[in-house]
Every structure is written in structure tokens, then in C-alpha cells.
Design a protein around this ligand. Structure first.
Ligand code: FES
Length: 122
């Protein structure tokens, strides 16, 4: 059987949890791995702070300092924790959006359904 040489570099792009485990897969083999963290950017201007990550113990902004970083230096757990900060609010907004779409669809079908006023609009 022919021996295949290890790759010189691996590049991971996608959901943060997938990139974390890609980095953990290549780490024991010493394969240089780049992670593209552009998926966590929000405004891309360096002003919102949403893309702040710890790389090798130093704070970096993905949109200013990256978006590619050494995947073995990314604090994946810290990044994943920050990304979950608004999970509950995002789920509520997502559910409300789908509910409103269903109500509008029913209204368009002549069922007399109306979208309820939002709390903030009262
Ligand atoms: S995306 Fe807002 S500071 Fe980087």
C-alpha cells in the first residue's frame, strides 16, 4: 500500500463547532490549520465588537485582524459561549416571525386573522 504524505495545511470554514473539532482532529498530527472565522462577523467595521475572539490568549477582532487564524490557537470554547449569549432572544424572535408569517398567510386566505400588535408598539 502506498503511503500518502500528510497535508501541508488544512483550512476549515463553517460553523464554529465544526471548526473546533476540525482543529482538534489535525492538532495531534501537527498539521497547520487555518480557521476562517468570518461567519461570526456582524458589521465588519471593527466597531460593534461582535467578532471579538481570543487567539493564543490575545484579544482579536475577526473583521480587523482576520478573518483567518491559526485554528490551534483559537479559544473555541470561549467563542462558542459568546455566540450563545443571545440564543434565547434569537429563538423568541425566530418563533415570533414564523407565527406572524402563519397568521398573515391565514389572513390572506380570508380567515380574518390579524397579526397581534407587538408589546413595544402598544
Ligand atoms: S464585526 Fe463588528 S467589530 Fe468585527
Amino acid at each position: 500500500m502506498q503511503k500518502v504524505p500528510p497535508p501541508d495545511i488544512a483550512v476549515t470554514i463553517g460553523p464554529p463547532v465544526m471548526m473546533k473539532f476540525c482543529a482538534e482532529t489535525t492538532r495531534p498530527y501537527g498539521i497547520k490549520t487555518l480557521a476562517s472565522l468570518n461567519t461570526i462577523m456582524i458589521d465588519g467595521t471593527g466597531m460593534c465588537g461582535g467578532c471579538r475572539v481570543s487567539i493564543g490568549g490575545k484579544t482579536k477582532f475577526v473583521c480587523v485582524d482576520g478573518p483567518e487564524f491559526d485554528a490551534h490557537l483559537v479559544d473555541w470554547d470561549g467563542m462558542l459561549m459568546r455566540l450563545g449569549t443571545y440564543r434565547e432572544i434569537e429563538k423568541e424572535a425566530h418563533d415570533r416571525c414564523h407565527l406572524e408569517m402563519q397568521i398573515e398567510k391565514l389572513g390572506a386566505q380570508g380567515n380574518g386573522a390579524r397579526v397581534p400588535e407587538k408589546e413595544s408598539a402598544k
